[in-house]
Ligand binder design. Structure first.
Ligand SMILES: C[S@@+](CC[C@H](N)C(=O)[O-])C[C@H]1O[C@@H](n2cnc3c(N)ncnc32)[C@H](O)[C@@H]1O
Length: 387
């Protein structure tokens, strides 16, 4: 089969609306930042579309396109990749391209016809099962006594579920032979702190100890009352400033959810000092870099306050991720939740590896912060650990 014919055939198969899922992989260049692209059908406002999930080195991006637009997209993708694995209802197709685009097309009939699932609109299965009554959610006012998630609390419910999914994914990085110590910095009303305690201790039966820390005395007192009422014995809440926090000497996981401005950086710095195995942090508002940014080359963007604010937030999270990499963490910036729920939708995930950075990595970082005229709080905190 010729290369062009292969693309037409693949497009024709996808146009039949029998696609279950497909993966386009094997980059032609190893250095390609885009590693693979997954395709699946979705229904959006009644229209059949294809959702593309672009897996980059550090992030995932999504795009929904019509079948008509797919053929141009496939042309572009085959300039970058040499392999396709596509499952259709009745057959599974494997395509391998040589460097010169010689095509190897293999197709196997499925033994049973599978059902297409346009799962964009499927009811979400939450880790905290919303068909059950959870006493802590009732007590926190998220759920009614008869188990309904209150409408005005639904966004928070989605956020804590998503966060718990990330925690669940990171369990392999945590110790199995002793108590896992977890800190939630800037815990506030502590929806997340209670949720993670409930999920890990009550549902999974793990040996954990959880501390929530916040500046607000009354809020912390109320959280301690709730923990006592629920008999959550290994959950404690303390009043204090992250920056002065010395009560723990060894912490395995540090989490933050919307800790204001540089409070996120304080938490990241604390976590690094403890060599915490796992850091999961969803930053909040960002003012530090926004104040420092004076870069003529960026003025077309930064003349607009809104764009400047977003740019500063994105650059700050990139700087945070890079600093964590430079001090021995495998770090990724991931989509936390959809923009409709909250625009604060980046999660920093860092797993401790102890891997030393290269001097090029450090140079690249220095160039970036110099260009932005940035003086990051976190860099200052980690100065002695940087190469
Ligand atoms: C936006 S709230 C988020 C609360 C909670 N994590 C949540 O997502 O529901 C931010 C919290 O961080 C706390 N905070 C800010 N700076 C802090 C600091 N330096 N030390 C401790 N807590 C801090 C605030 O008091 C506030 O409760």
């Amino acid at each position: 089969m010729e290369f062009e014919q292969m693309k037409v055939q693949l497009h024709a198969l996808i146009s039949n609306k029998t696609l279950l899922q497909a993966t386009i992989s094997q980059p032609r260049q190893k250095s390609n930042d885009l590693k693979r692209v997954k395709l699946k059908p979705v229904e959006i406002r009644g229209d059949y579309m294809i959702q593309l999930e672009f897996q980059y080195e550090r992030i995932l991006k999504h795009e929904n396109i019509t079948i008509e637009d797919l053929s141009v997209k496939l042309d572009a993708l085959f300039e970058q990749f040499r392999q396709v694995h596509a499952e259709f209802q009745e057959q599974t197709v494997q395509v391998q391209l040589s460097k010169k685009n010689k095509v190897l097309w293999k197709s196997d009939q499925n033994t049973t016809v599978k059902q297409v699932n346009l799962s964009h609109n499927r009811k979400k299965q939450y880790l905290l099962d919303d068909s059950r009554v959870h006493p802590f959610l009732v007590r926190l006012g998220v759920q009614t006594e008869d188990g309904k998630i209150k409408k005005q609390k639904y966004d928070k419910f989605k956020q804590i579920n998503r966060f718990v999914e990330f925690i669940d994914d990171s369990l392999a990085h945590l110790p199995k032979d002793r108590t896992i110590r977890i800190l939630d910095f800037g815990s506030g009303k502590s929806y997340l702190t209670f949720a993670l305690y409930h999920y890990l201790k009550i549902e999974k039966g793990l040996d954990i100890h959880v501390t929530g820390l916040d500046l607000k005395k009354e809020v912390i007192e109320e959280c301690n009352r709730i923990a006592a009422d629920l008999q959550y014995e290994d959950l404690q809440f303390l009043v204090g400033d992250i920056n002065d926090f010395n009560e723990e000497t060894a912490v395995d996981m540090v989490v933050t959810l919307h800790a204001c401005d540089v409070a996120t950086d304080m938490a990241l710095a604390r976590a690094v000092r403890w060599d915490a195995k796992v850091i999961l942090s969803v930053p909040c508002c960002q003012h530090e870099l926004n104040r420092q940014l004076q870069v003529p080359a960026l003025s077309i963007m930064t003349q607009h306050g809104l764009v400047k604010e977003r740019f500063a937030a994105l650059a700050t999270d990139s700087i945070r991720a890079e600093l964590l990499s430079l001090v021995g963490y495998d770090t990724q910036l991931l989509e936390f939740i959809d923009m409709e729920n909250t625009p604060k939708n980046i999660l920093i995930r860092a797993y401790h590896t102890g891997k030393k950075p290269t001097s090029e990595q450090r140079l690249k970082y220095d160039e970036f912060v110099r260009f932005l005229n940035a003086k990051p709080f976190l860099e200052n905190e980690l100065q002695d650990l940087l190469l």
